[in-house]
Ligand binder design. Structure first.
Ligand code: SF4
Length: 480
């Protein structure tokens, strides 16, 4: 709990160098991504009927985006009819302002949170802590990265980069701060027992619980939360106030549509048909109910989303944050996960979503440097979002606005001219083989002449083979 306002992410060259110099992060990201991808493949192969459901889920989201305003109006009316409060937050500051108003009115100081990408997107914790509130993440992975003062490494596995020894050290430090008994060892049982003891106390003491939301059902005004740890239930039922911060695009019309959608995040993300806990929340506690909050507030976050409606990028609003595109992305693995992206959204979805929400000028490196155009993300996305197409569109916008690194456009133009004729291609390959020794370091090519050097900023490549295929073919007497 730093008590500071959010800091801007480190500049791209710094993040890039850190990523390239952190082999442990790379290994952890690769291990987590491969495991999740393998689980998804096995689950989908064992469940072929899921494909029809997936297609219906895509259509449900398409329909919902076409009548978003009407669905949000219906949702608002239903939530308010049950005694809840609904507000629209145009910008991140609006979310923090509203939460602080509620906290002041209730005299609240302690807040518990369940995992929520939207609150990370608006950097809510930093705003609340700067105002003197105590905020505690209660998802185990988020709790670990919060204690470490870091950002999540993966949408689904925030602490994928932490070893058991790291976690034990963090918990021992926390135990010292709170006067608790530290974990005796570093087995999963000992570590989770410490977290459970510590977090139980936080749940009981908190005056406000904050969550995100996976879906909203307009016909009944219901907030849907899917979790695997059960902390979401504690956050929404123990504190007297529950505030949910949810993107406007999360609304669907009916329960029937929800039935198709609810399976998609766990199936595509971790290969589970359903998460362990599904919470369906429709307002504050009623007089005949035993538990639940006295107040329920739903903050509908826009933050640039409504501007995507009706554009080429509208399908990005179908994203269900399943993480499947991260798990297949070779660049995500190579840069060691989420930290290199400088934003809460990482992997291919982050490469597209961050510039769309925060402005291309604020993150031109994402589409330009953090994609190898392999198209694996487009194939993996259960919601059929055209991620590779969007990355190309963003690159075109960058070129049109002059946001690419200096010399990059000249290098590409030169390359295109050389390789548009066979003679140019053969000549450049020959010159490349002759001159590449000048830029060879530890078996890799790390630079090039003139404007070509721009391409090598943050990249390297395998050296050219001593003999081209054409030469090898001719030497063997092959026909032309
Ligand atoms: S873009 Fe597609 S694959 Fe990636 S997180 Fe969103 S829904 Fe999942």
């Amino acid at each position: 709990m730093s008590g500071k306002l959010p800091e801007a992410p480190a500049p791209w060259p710094v993040r890039r160098s850190r990523a390239l110099l952190a082999p442990r992060l790379r290994e952890a990201a690769t291990r987590a991504a491969r495991r999740l991808q393998g689980q998804k493949e096995a689950a989908c192969a064992a469940y072929p009927q899921g494909e029809a459901m997936r297609r219906r889920a895509v259509e449900a989201k398409r329909r919902a985006l076409r009548r978003l305003d009407a669905l949000l109006a219906q949702l608002t009316e239903r939530v308010e009819a049950r005694g809840g409060h609904v507000v629209r937050a145009r910008w991140p500051e609006d979310v923090a302002r509203y939460v602080l108003e509620v906290a002041r009115r209730r005299g609240a100081r302690r807040i518990v949170k369940s995992k929520s990408m939207t609150t990370e997107e608006v950097e809510l914790n930093a705003h609340l802590e700067a105002a003197g509130l105590e905020v505690r993440e209660t998802d185990l992975g988020e709790y670990i990265v919060q204690l470490a003062g870091e950002r999540p490494a993966h949408i689904l596995v925030p602490a994928a980069h932490k070893s058991r020894a790291d976690v034990r050290r963090l918990f021992a430090r926390e135990a010292e701060r709170t006067g608790e008994t530290p974990p005796a060892g570093e087995s999963p049982e000992e570590l989770t027992a410490f977290a459970r003891r510590r977090l139980r106390q936080e749940f009981l003491e908190a005056e406000i619980g904050i969550t995100g939301g996976n879906f909203l059902v307009a016909e009944t005004g219901t907030l849907v939360l899917i979790t695997n740890e059960g902390n979401g239930r504690m956050v929404t039922s123990l504190p007297p106030v529950h505030i949910a911060v949810v993107g406007i695009e999360k609304v669907v019309a009916t329960w029937e549509e929800l039935a198709d959608l609810i399976q998609q995040p766990p199936l595509s993300g971790v290969g589970q048909r359903l998460t362990s806990y599904v919470s369906l929340l429709s307002g504050p506690r009623r007089p005949d109910e035993l538990d639940g909050p006295e107040e329920f507030h739903l903050i509908l976050l826009d933050n640039g989303r409504s501007e995507l409606l009706g554009t080429d990028f509208e399908d990005v609003l179908r994203c269900i944050r399943c993480g499947a595109c991260l798990n297949v992305c070779p660049v995500f693995r190579a840069v060691g996960g989420g930290h290199a992206y400088g934003s809460v959204y990482s992997g291919p979805v982050g490469v597209v979503l961050t510039p769309l929400l925060a402005g291309l000028e604020s993150a031109p490196e994402l589409p330009e440097s953090l994609c190898s155009m392999c198209h694996a993300c487009g194939e993996a996305c259960p919601m059929e979002i055209d991620l590779p197409g969007h990355i190309l569109r963003l690159r075109r916008q960058e070129a049109a606005r002059g946001l690419e690194p200096r010399g990059f456009a000249t290098a590409l133009a030169l390359w295109a001219r050389l390789w548009s004729t066979l003679a140019g291609f053969l000549l450049s390959a020959r010159l490349g083989r002759l001159g590449q020794g000048l830029w060879r370091r530890e078996g890799r090519l790390t630079g090039g002449p003139g404007p070509l050097s721009a391409w090598f900023v943050g990249r390297d490549m395998a050296p050219l083979a001593p003999e081209s295929f054409h030469e090898w073919w001719r030497r063997r007497g092959g026909a032309r």
